[in-house]
Design a protein around this ligand. Sequence first.
Ligand SMILES: Cc1cc2nc3c(=O)[nH]c(=O)nc-3n(C[C@H](O)[C@H](O)[C@H](O)COP(=O)(O)O)c2cc1C
Length: 362
Amino acid sequence: MENSYGRMFTITSFGESHGRCVGVVIDGCPAGLPVIEADIQKEVDKRKPTSPIATTRAEAEKVEILSGITEGYTTGAPVCLLIWNTDIDSTEYERIKSLPRPGHADYTSYIKYGGFNDYRGGGRFSGRITAGFVMAGAVARKLLGSINIEVLAHTVEIGGVIAGEKEPNEIRAAVEKNALKCADMKAAEKMLKVIEQAQAEGDSVGGIIEGMALNVPVGLGEPVFDTLEGDLAKALFAIPAVKGIEFGSGFSAAGKRGSENNDPYTIQNGKVVTTTNNAGGILGGISNGMPIILRVAVKPTSSIAVRQDTVDIREMKNTTIEVKGRHDACIVPRAVPAVEAMMAVTLCDFAMRAGIIPEVIK
Ligand SMILES: Cc1cc2nc3c(=O)[nH]c(=O)nc-3n(C[C@H](O)[C@H](O)[C@H](O)COP(=O)(O)O)c2cc1C
């Protein structure tokens, strides 16, 4: 098992969906960073189910700081942050205990942990563990703020509806205005209809989240194995339901010519920049000073009411399953804060490894 991530800014995820709590321990957080519960709560609130298409699980999700922060400043000791689980209903999971949901982690975790895994609400494989990621991300974002790095994410596609391209200032201004976290309001209306249609049919849809990091200096990344893309991918694949990641022109680069895909250099205000950003801000696993641009594919929610084939794993018999319970018809909007968080945690770790973030913030 591996529940920790990062070399210098190390996060350890803990908790289960229907256990007592979910949370995170951050080890290596510099001292002197001003952090209060409200800073973390603000980020956690962004992942709350807010729309008619999301789960009806309605928790207060109140952040508690258990250690590492005193009188509003980090102390340099491990920071433990948690949220108590209060709105738990495991009845549906009792019913389907021996029937692995197609597309979920029930079968793989049952085999790997010999049936001892906490199956209730998906246990460690629930989207709820991303609450811990988001809490760590809130601290990481504050640290990155001290060196002027900003991380942003937004929905760019749901159920085949593609949003128009937007500038960072439009994304910043618009993303919290609709439940889908999409900066293109017209596309967001269409996306909502597609989700509602799928939901009415007991089904679900997936989509794509774009993440960007601005003002990243040249030089973050530790080739050859701890490349910036490699670690971002590792962190983002920890978000349940993430099934693909591309940087810059990504998979479309395979069909381009070098002359189209290369990013020409120029000097702007005394700085070396590129006139395009097909590299997504990373060359040779090292940040090149341009915005880091990545896209994350999120699969359709696996727990659906449509009847599907499965097996009874105890009786070793074929059967069928219709998943009831409380599930998002589309995970994408609620995964947006998790993408921001895991990008922030990764960049923080690399900035510390590069010595850009000191051990004490003054
Ligand atoms: C914020 C969030 C919420 C999620 N909610 C659900 C859900 O309600 N029902 C479900 O089946 N899967 C949900 N998932 C996805 C599953 O946890 C995930 O598909 C499962 O663990 C299998 O892992 P994999 O899809 O990465 O292979 C959610 C994921 C995230 C990030």
